[in-house]
Design a protein around this ligand. Structure first.
Ligand code: A2P
Length: 285
């Protein structure tokens, strides 16, 4: 998720200096990928049930108000990157150097506390899609997060014959989190046992970069328009009979891809009315 819509304008303080927070969870692991990206894991509240692909509000306490001394939580919507069966929670975040939350959040360490409101919501869930043959995950940047959850969710492979994941980033290093996760599925004994040996063979992974050289350059939207993405992947263009899709990226990407999917004849679904594709709404609120 990005830092696009602050819940409060206050700056956050380092978590270590804080007393126990409301809805506090403890950080268990932090991994840095680039100067713009990191992931972290934390404890999961016993009461938290969610569907793979949903998001929650997480954050830190803001600075005390100079007049009243009161502190307010500084929260953002974060997709849960771990699957619904995982004992812990995982998140994948951007680092914005002057961002009210992530300028502080990027310094968290195992043992620190963060705030997690245990009210999961979201549109990127299997329930919002009609049955289909091929499921497309379209991500840019940290928009990979909900798919990190869904790629480890057994239902993804029970419901579909093929799972295509496209990930467009500016630089090659920004693909590392997703690539490592997908590579790791091959050796994941638990998932191979639960879902079925070799389940990962259903995945077609299509990473592209736009501002640094890599094996495949270009925006996924452009690569689809020229047909290159489909010939590279060895799959036909999307159609509403066989294909289902989930979109999670920056706002311009979400809107552009939504238009393209509509042109292929796919209709937008919702929890209350399942259809052919869904778009992450956390950015639009
Ligand atoms: P580009 O470098 O051509 O802008 P960001 O880090 O700004 O959120 O962007 C993540 C990736 O999404 C970048 O590779 C960026 O490409 C790409 N992107 C941005 N807008 C669109 C769009 N409308 N359609 C497809 N890709 C996009």
């Amino acid at each position: 998720m990005t830092e696009q819509s602050p819940v409060t304008e206050q700056a956050a303080q380092p978590v270590k200096a804080k007393p126990a927070l409301p809805d506090a969870q403890t950080v268990t692991e932090v991994k840095h990928y680039t100067d713009r990206l990191f992931s972290f894991r934390c404890t999961r509240p016993a009461s938290l049930r969610f569907r793979s692909g949903e998001f929650v509000m997480i954050g830190l306490m803001g600075d005390p108000d100079p007049k009243t001394g009161k502190q307010k939580p500084l929260l953002r919507a974060y997709s849960i990157a771990s699957p619904s069966w995982d004992e812990e929670l995982e998140f994948y975040s951007i680092k914005v150097q002057d961002g009210p939350l992530t300028s502080k959040l990027q310094h968290i360490q195992p043992g620190d506390e963060l705030i997690l409101r245990p009210k999961p919501v979201g549109t990127l869930v299997h329930d919002a899609l009609l049955p289909g043959k091929r499921l497309w995950f379209f991500a840019t940047g940290t928009g990979f997060a909900p798919f990190a959850s869904l790629l480890r969710e057994p239902q993804t492979y029970e419901d579909y014959d093929e799972v295509v994941i496209t990930h467009t980033c500016r630089e090659a290093g920004e693909l590392t989190y997703g690539r490592d996760l997908i590579e790791g599925l091959k050796d994941d004994e638990l998932l191979n046992e639960v879902i079925g040996e070799g389940f990962w063979k259903k995945i077609k992974y299509y990473p592209t970069t736009t501002r640094e050289e890599s094996a495949k350059m270009g925006r996924i939207t452009d690569l689809m328009r020229t047909g290159e993405a489909f010939s590279d992947l060895g799959v036909p263009e999307l159609n509403p009979t066989t294909d289902r899709a989930m979109i999670c990226g920056n706002l311009a990407f979400n809107l552009e891809l939504k238009e393209m999917l509509e042109a292929y004849g796919l209709e937008e679904g919702a929890n209350s009315k399942p259809a052919h594709y869904v778009v992450e709404k956390a950015f639009l609120d």
